[in-house]
Write a protein of this length. Structure first.
Length: 342
C-alpha cells in the first residue's frame, strides 16, 4: 500500500476490471478528486499515473480496510469488485464471501468515513439483470419490459448476492442501527444501477453469462472460431461500456432530492444473439460463429428479461443512452476492436 496524507478521495474497488478501467479514465479526466484504486491484482500500469494511491489487496481483508480508514478521506466509493455469474456458480460460497461480505465491509467503511468527516459517503453500486428470475421462456416473452420491483427471484448465486446487497445498501442508507441511542443517520448515500449485459471493446470478457456478445467480437477480430453458448433466438438487454460508465457518473452527480429510489434499471438495446452475430459477420467477413447452446448457461440467460423498464432513471436523473445498437457497433465496438488487434 502506498502511503499518503489523509485527503478527500474516491475509492474504486475492482479497479482492474472492465468497468474499473473505463471509470478511472473518466474520473481522471474530470480531475476533481483524488482516485484510490483497490484490486486484488496489481493495477494495470496504464492506470497507475491516473490514481493518487494504488492498493493491492482483498476487500475481505479487514486489516487492510482498517488501514485505509486511517490513511484516506473517502467521500465516494465505487464498489465494482465482484465474482461474476459464471464463476459464482462453480464457487457459490466464495462468491457469497466476495460479493456479500465484501460489500458489507465497504458499507461499514463508508459509515466510519462519514462519521469522521461529517458528510454522507456516496456508495455507487453496480447491480445486474441477474437479480431477475423469470420461470420460463413463455413468461419471459409475456413479461416484456420488466420494472425494478418485478420478478426479483434470481436463479444464480451472483443474482442472489446482488439483490441482497441492494437491500443491504438501502438498509445502511435509511435504517442503519435504527434502535440505537447513538444512531448515525445519513452516513451512506446508496445509489445503485442494475446494468444489462455490458460490452467493452477495450478489455477482454471475464466470465459473465452475458459475455457471449463481446466474446463473438473479440474472437472474430482475432480470426478465431467461436461456438456461442446460447440459442440464436435468445434476447436480453445490452449496452456498451462508455454508456455504462456515463450512467454511473450521471447518477453520482444527480441531486439527492431528485432520487426517489435506491435502485435503477437502465438499458440501451435488446438484440437477439442472431442479430449480434449478423452485425459481427458484416464487419468481419471471415468470422466463424456457430451456435452450440450450453443447456445450463442457456437456462440462466432464459431467466433474465428480454428488456427492462428504465423510465425511473430517465425521469429522475435524465438517463438516456448515447449509443443505440447501430452506433454501438459502427462507432465504438468495431473501430476499437480492430485497433486492439491490428
Amino acid at each position: 500500500m502506498t502511503t499518503t496524507i489523509r485527503k478527500p478521495g474516491i475509492l474504486v474497488t475492482g479497479a482492474n476490471g472492465e468497468m474499473g478501467h473505463g471509470l478511472i479514465n473518466q474520473l481522471a479526466e474530470l480531475n476533481s478528486h483524488h482516485i484510490i484504486a483497490l484490486d486484488v491484482r496489481p493495477l494495470d500500469d496504464a492506470l497507475k499515473p491516473k490514481c493518487s494511491a494504488v492498493v493491492t489487496g482483498d476487500i475481505l481483508e479487514t486489516r487492510l480496510l482498517e488501514r485505509m480508514q486511517s490513511e484516506y478521506e473517502i467521500h465516494t466509493i465505487y464498489h465494482l469488485a465482484a465474482l461474476l455469474s459464471t464463476r459464482a456458480e462453480f464457487t457459490p460460497e466464495a462468491a457469497h464471501r466476495v460479493n456479500v461480505e465484501g460489500t458489507l465491509n465497504l458499507l461499514k467503511l463508508a459509515i466510519e468515513q462519514s462519521r469522521w468527516h461529517g458528510a454522507p459517503v456516496k456508495f455507487m453500486f453496480p447491480s445486474s439483470i441477474a437479480v431477475y428470475g423469470l420461470p420460463s421462456r413463455e413468461e419471459k416473452r409475456r413479461a416484456g419490459k420488466v420494472s425494478e420491483d418485478q420478478w426479483n427471484k434470481p436463479q444464480t448465486m451472483y443474482g442472489v448476492n446482488k439483490l441482497y446487497c441492494e437491500h443491504l445498501g438501502r438498509y445502511y442508507a435509511r435504517h442503519y442501527r435504527q434502535l440505537a441511542a447513538d444512531r448515525w443517520t445519513g452516513g451512506v448515500d446508496f445509489r445503485c444501477i442494475r446494468f444489462p449485459g455490458l460490452i467493452s471493446a477495450l478489455t477482454v470478457p471475464s466470465g459473465g453469462t452475458s459475455d457471449y456478445a463481446p466474446e463473438m467480437l473479440h474472437a472474430a477480430a482475432q480470426g478465431r472460431s467461436y461456438p456461442c453458448f446460447v440459442r440464436e433466438d435468445v434476447r436480453i438487454p445490452f449496452m456498451v461500456m462508455p454508456d455504462g460508465i456515463r450512467a454511473l457518473l450521471d447518477l453520482w452527480s444527480a441531486p439527492a432530492e431528485n432520487l426517489l429510489r435506491p435502485v435503477y434499471n437502465i438499458t440501451s438495446f435488446s438484440p437477439s444473439a442472431r442479430e449480434i452475430r449478423a452485425l459481427v459477420v458484416r464487419e468481419f467477413k471471415d468470422a466463424e460463429i456457430t451456435f452450440l447452446p450450453d443447456d445450463k448457461r442457456q437456462a440462466i440467460v432464459d431467466s433474465w428479461p428480454e428488456d427492462v423498464d428504465d423510465s425511473a432513471a430517465r425521469r429522475e436523473w435524465a438517463w438516456s443512452p448515447a449509443y443505440d445498437m447501430d452506433r454501438a457497433f459502427s462507432e465504438y465496438l468495431i473501430p476499437e476492436i480492430r485497433k486492439r488487434y491490428s
